[in-house]
Ligand binder design. Structure first.
Ligand SMILES: Nc1ncnc2c1ncn2[C@@H]1O[C@H](COP(=O)(O)OP(=O)(O)O)[C@@H](O)[C@H]1O
Ligand SMILES: [Mg+2]
Length: 269
């Protein structure tokens, strides 16, 4: 892990006692029950949790696609829970987001998918063109600009998603299960790309996943989200060495059993 960009001491993303609930058919569902987390600038910070733990809701509170019920989200010293709609639009430009399902426009070319956030922001054509080509090259898609998403592999689709997320030069990249639909080899290449983005572009990355390998390979620090609360947080290598929370233990147990299966020539998965 020696080539990781070292996180700085500056706090970059901070949440304080964040709560969020939904009302479904008259019943109140408490999804986030007081999340307090600190992520340093330049870090790759992992959030792991079982399905339904509240990971995506947390991500959506960070970029304020959801409004938290209470608590604070402080990004680079600014409380984004208190922003006006106009300020929020600017805030969201500082945060790129990538998803498990890629969320691409199937009827648009790779070029137009990547250009989309620049069009929305009103960037002039020449500047837009320069940026699309530069970012496409960075993610290795310079030969695919005229292709449509339907003709791309999963890994290439996610590269388009990443390029689009980076188009507006954000400071933060939120990755919500971005590798969960990919095979292990492709997952690895996408994680390499995320590490490269962290290292060369200096983005702070919040990597949300239910996959232990992803956390282990790509993050410096992590938190375990368990039923709407953070059950443990700290350095990734410390938590892997000695998980204390129920989720941490379950993940690690399953993980080591799978590894044993492979080593003994067992059935694997
Ligand atoms: N917009 C919504 N309306 C109602 N319930 C929601 C909404 N978004 C998420 N939930 C519920 O919140 C819980 C956590 O969901 P989510 O944040 O997507 O978890 P995760 O990403 O960890 O799988 C789930 O029970 C889900 O059904
Ligand atoms: Mg989710």
């Amino acid at each position: 892990m020696s080539d990781f960009r070292p996180p700085t001491d500056a706090l970059y993303i901070e949440t304080k006692e964040l709560t969020k609930s939904f009302t479904v058919k008259g019943e109140r569902l408490e999804v986030l029950k007081g999340i307090s987390l600190s992520v340093s600038k330049g870090d790759i910070f992992g959030i792991i949790g079982l399905s339904g733990a509240g990971k995506s809701t947390f991500a959506r509170c960070i970029n304020r696609l959801e409004k938290p019920d209470a608590g604070q989200v402080i990004i680079d010293g600014v409380d984004v829970t208190a922003l006006s709609e106009r300020q929020l639009r600017l805030h969201r430009q500082r945060i790129g987001m990538i998803f498990q399902t890629f969320n691409l426009f199937d009827a648009k070319t790779v070029y137009d998918n990547i250009a989309y956030p620049l069009v929305i922001r009103g960037v002039k054509k020449a500047e837009r063109d320069k940026r699309v080509r530069e970012i496409a090259e960075f993610v290795g898609l310079q030969d695919k600009l005229n292709a449509y998403p339907g003709g791309l592999s999963g890994g290439q689709k996610q590269r388009v998603g990443i390029a689009r997320a980076l188009a507006n030069k954000p400071d933060i990249l939120l990755s919500d299960e971005a590798t969960s639909a990919l095979d292990p080899q492709t997952t690895f290449s996408i994680l390499e790309l995320l590490r490269d983005i962290n290292k060369t572009l200096g983005l702070t990355i919040l990597l949300i996943t239910h996959e232990l390998d992803v956390i282990k390979y790509a993050t410096n620090n992590m938190a375990v989200l368990e039923d709407g609360v953070i059950s443990e947080k700290g350095r990734t290598r410390d938590i892997f060495a000695n998980p204390n929370s129920a989720t941490g233990k379950i993940f690690l147990k399953v993980y080591s059993e799978l590894q044993d299966g492979y080593l003994e020539g067992g059935t694997g998965i």
